[in-house]
Ligand binder design. Structure first.
Ligand SMILES: [Zn+2]
Length: 412
């Protein structure tokens, strides 16, 4: 197999061009899943792939696939990709990098006129972030059979728009039934979203597995009252109770360190009116740990704290532990391929765990999967200041290219 080099400048330009879609004033990206911005980002990817002669195939949940044929019709494809959707305070690299690095692989191979034995397939997964529609990693989850398609389609956002309606409005639903494809490997390249690689000065993280994460939708129900006349001892303030729940969630993560994490990341409050004591407050929280036993213990600790808060404050607190993922161990053979590819380019690597959810975590259930990370400056992510340098991106894409070509084999 000839040695090919990715084009660092072209890869960087693709990121900057993609960031023009759904720009935020602070220089980040806001492309909620199945929004107008998401559809525009997908259209740009479709156009770029069309320039390489690659047609798009979409499944019923709008997961998108671009396949470059191999010379062996019987060979399963080498797949790679990530997601183009972002959180509202998203940066320019989370998810986007995995898709655009995959595009750069295809562009480099196309430019060289190189034939591979196995087909290559680029993937853009729908709604990885789970900000607009719960749960996160929705597209890859349905692909892997972790969530029924009908349930995903019926999921509504905070405005009451369902996934099915958003798919219809954007025209993004495709004819292919979601499900496992003829792949022998799925590789996801991602920014680390943490500080380790930057602080150790290493080039590439080989992600060997993930933590276990448990997600909770929490509803605190109190009683509405006038913020003036109602005496302090008789009010049942859902917002004040929720404040205690938020702090309890943070305490659980602090107690779970090292390795433990917990957050409350979302809140709505009703009636959310000046002068009225709140009576319904909703929260979204999670706990994470490398050890599933420790994650379960963190959950138990959190639920016990919630029970105590509810009893003392005379409010009702319903907890829906609606989803979980991990721990996942990625394919050791693929991890070894990635490690070898990095070493052959004189790059330094470190084995690490992913603490965030990623599409590869879901895909790993139905296809050998692995991930690699590049450094994130300051470990900042889900923030407009998210940054990885053109050199970081190019090194990661180079390792992805080399690994993909090694796995696909030479064409004939
Ligand atoms: Zn991501």
């Amino acid at each position: 197999m000839p040695s090919l080099s990715v084009n660092a400048q072209r890869l960087w330009s693709a990121h900057m061009r993609m960031a023009e879609i759904g720009p935020t004033p602070e220089g980040g990206s806001n492309r909620p899943a199945l929004s107008v911005e998401d559809a525009a980002a997908r259209a740009l990817l479709r156009q770029w792939c069309a320039e390489l002669g690659l047609a798009e195939e979409r499944d019923a949940l709008a997961n998108s696939f671009y396949r470059r044929p191999g010379t062996d019709p019987a060979a399963p494809a080498i797949a790679f990709g990530s997601h183009l959707d972002t959180v509202p305070t998203g940066g320019r690299f989370d998810g986007v990098f995995g898709v655009l690095a995959g595009l750069e692989v295809l562009r480099t191979v196309h430019e060289a006129g190189l034939a591979t034995r196995a087909p290559l397939e680029l993937v853009n997964w729908t709604n990885e972030e789970g900000t607009r529609f719960r749960p996160a990693m929705m597209g890859s989850r349905v692909h892997a059979g972790d969530l029924p398609l009908a349930q995903a389609l019926a999921t509504a956002d905070d405005q009451g728009t369902t996934v099915a309606q958003a798919l219809a409005a954007t025209g993004l639903a495709g004819p292919t039934p979601p499900g496992p494809r003829d792949w022998s490997a799925f590789l996801e390249l991602h920014i680390e979203q943490g500080p380790i690689l930057e602080s150790t000065g290493q080039d590439i993280g080989i992600v060997t597995g993930t933590v276990q994460a448990r997600y909770f939708q929490i509803t605190v129900t109190g009683a509405p009252s006038h913020a003036g006349p109602m005496s302090m001892d008789r009010r049942r303030d859902s917002l004040a109770a929720a404040a205690e729940v938020i702090l309890a969630s943070e305490r659980v993560g602090i107690a779970g360190e090292p390795g433990g994490r917990s957050s409350t990341t979302w809140i709505t409050n009703s009636p959310n009116a000046r002068g009225a004591v709140a009576n319904i407050t909703r929260l979204h929280s999670d706990v994470r740990h490398e050890s599933p036993e420790r994650a379960a213990a963190m959950q138990a600790e959190f639920l016990a704290a919630i029970e105590e808060i509810a009893a003392r404050r005379q409010v009702r607190i319903d907890v829906d532990p609606y989803t979980t993922f991990g721990p996942v161990r990625f394919d050791p053979g693929l991890a070894a391929t990635l490690r070898a590819a990095a070493a052959a380019r004189q790059m330094t690597t470190r084995d690490m765990h992913a603490v965030a959810g990623h599409d590869a975590v879901m895909v790993a259930a139905v296809c050998p999967a692995a991930m690699l990370f590049v450094p994130s400056i300051g470990g900042i992510s889900h923030n407009p200041a998210e940054y990885s340098s053109p050199e970081h991106l190019a090194r990661g894409a180079q390792v992805l290219l080399d690994a993909v070509l090694a796995l696909a084999g030479p064409g004939r």
